[in-house]
Design a protein around this ligand. Structure first.
Ligand code: CA
Length: 221
């Protein structure tokens, strides 16, 4: 995970860098709006944005960076800037902390925002990528069109990576009450269609595994 720090207070910037690196994050640092615009917005998973920057306002900077790519942010604000935070939330800010803040609290907030965004934004396994919000599926960067049931089934498998899902579980989850009335091989037929769409050329699916006599699984335990 990469965190972008945008903070003009040199000591605070440095302290943040040390604490976050120690917590296992990779870091990009900027001290000004200009620096942030030239360095950031491509690969960061989260931004920490100081509202009062010497060459501009952190909120409009965030809007600009976000225009390049959807990216969550936690704002760092001085007490008298709390009013600005209302505006920041309108731009889609995820959270904020008021200076001086405890690093422990900040770390916790970072964890929460990253977790929330990951859950919300994507589920991945190897070259397979799902965006639940738009029900989109990509394989090696190519978008794949799925029917509603195929999508739900894939999402169910991806959400439970490494676990075997039995036919009964799948029927109940995806077909619900209708499950009692569908024909016996509905699940395996849907699985096979899904496999062909994900890997049209593969003789044997490397994504969705049969677990003999039990059910299906994506990913290893
Ligand atoms: Ca500042």
């Amino acid at each position: 995970m990469i965190i972008g720090i945008i903070e003009d207070d040199k000591l605070l910037n440095q302290a943040l860098r040390l604490v976050l690196q120690k917590a296992g994050y990779r870091i990009t640092c900027a001290h000004t709006r200009q620096e942030a615009l030239s360095l950031m917005g491509r690969e960061e998973d989260l931004l920490l944005v100081d509202i009062g920057l010497p060459d501009g306002n952190g909120i409009s900077l965030y809007q600009e960076l976000k225009g390049r790519r959807e990216i969550p942010a936690i704002f760092l604000t001085a007490r008298d800037e709390e009013q600005d935070m209302l505006a920041a939330f309108d731009t889609g800010a995820d959270d904020y902390v008021v200076k001086p803040f405890s690093m422990k609290v900040l770390l916790k907030r970072i964890e929460t925002v990253l977790k929330r965004n990951n859950e919300k934004e994507r589920i991945s396994y190897r070259e397979l990528l799902l965006f639940p919000a738009g029900k989109q599926v990509f394989v090696e960067g190519r978008e794949i069109r799925l029917t509603a049931k195929e999508y739900q089934l894939l999402e169910y498998l991806m959400e439970n990576q490494g676990q075997v899902l039995t036919k009964e579980m799948i029927l109940e989850k995806i077909w619900g009450l209708e499950g009692q009335f569908v024909v016996d091989n509905t699940v395996s037929v849907t699985i096979n269609r899904l496999r062909k769409k994900l890997e049209p050329d593969a003789g044997q699916s490397s994504y969705i595994k049969n677990v003999f006599g039990l059910g299906y699984r994506i990913g290893d335990k």
